[in-house]
Design a protein around this ligand. Structure first.
Ligand code: BJW
Length: 224
């Protein structure tokens, strides 16, 4: 019998840990044009600028600490009597550092480097250089292990399987504008799954229930 909970999180989950969201007035896309830093074309054109964007964010994420929302979700995953799938668009590791056992990072992870030539993954140094050779094939093709626009997000099959195992879908701190994640709530509704949104301000998407407020308050209130 399915009884799991599917949680899709976005940048709002980590906002109170001091990490900027993308689309807020003071967000990451205010300081950088998306096309300059978050596309494969940008990396091909100016790898130093892209590496520098992610080196800064890697350092910020390493210095951030999990907030009560990350810890509440970790608690829920540990204590709930059915699977709790933590699917995140975030590239920080604050859910893991908040105690979560298993997190599905659909947009990649700042802590990893990826070889664009052979696909090998390894722990990224805090400051990555485009000329760093791949430890497996030696190609000078090191890139951040991040899913950029136009690339296929990770773990799509596992995500589909997780959705089918759930009876509740909860969207936390995401604007719901980037696909395919933006389509998950509709997929959930089509599967007959109850949907809920926890967000500072409602995103405008269709949900059976919406609770507004900062994640550090609304998430623990909902979990406990
Ligand atoms: C709080 C809070 C607090 C604040 N408490 N809440 C036209 C139509 C449909 C699709 C497309 C299209 N044209 C192009 C596409 C595809 C494209 C896309 O969706 N574009 C749209 C912009 C239109 N998508 C892709 O290219 C994806 N790939 C793809 O589609 O491949 C095809 C395929 C898929 C599947 C199967 C087969 C084929 C790839 C998308 C990669 C996204 N990458 C980024 C950057 C890399 C990661 C990084 O650098 O960190 O990922 S973009 C950026 O947006 C980042 C995020 O993960 C993502 C989502 O943003 P998020 O998390 O929602 O943040 P914000 O800032 O938007 O919202 C913050 C929210 O928090 C707000 O709601 C606030 O209210 C809230 N909040 N404080 C609670 N304290």
């Amino acid at each position: 019998m399915k009884g799991g909970i599917f949680i899709l999180s976005g940048a709002g989950l980590s906002a109170e840990s001091g990490l900027k969201t993308f689309r807020a007035a003071d967000g990451l896309w205010e300081d950088h044009r998306v096309e300059d830093v978050a596309t494969p074309e940008a990396f091909a054109r100016d790898p130093h600028m892209v590496q520098s964007f992610y080196n800064t964010r890697r350092e910020q994420a390493a210095n951030a600490v999990p907030n009560p929302a990350h810890r509440a979700l970790a608690r829920l995953q540990a204590e709930y009597g059915a699977p709790v799938y933590l699917v995140t668009q975030n590239v920080d590791d604050l859910l893991e550092r908040g105690g979560a056992r298993e997190v599905i990072h659909m947009h990649g992870a700042l802590k990893n480097a990826l070889c664009a030539s052979c696909g090998h993954r390894w722990a990224a140094p805090m400051v990555m250089d485009v000329k760093d050779p791949c430890p497996s094939c030696s190609a000078p093709a090191t890139r951040p292990d991040i899913v950029w626009f136009g690339e296929i997000p990770y773990h799509m099959e596992a995500i589909q399987d997780a959705l089918e195992d759930c009876e509740l879908f909860v969207s936390i701190g995401t604007s719901g504008v980037v696909y395919p994640a933006a389509g998950f709530s509709q997929m959930a509704r089509q599967l007959g799954i109850r949907t809920m949104e926890l967000n500072l301000e409602a995103s405008g998407g269709r949900f059976d229930e919406i609770r507004e407020g900062p994640a550090s308050t609304v998430v623990p209130d909902w979990v406990d």
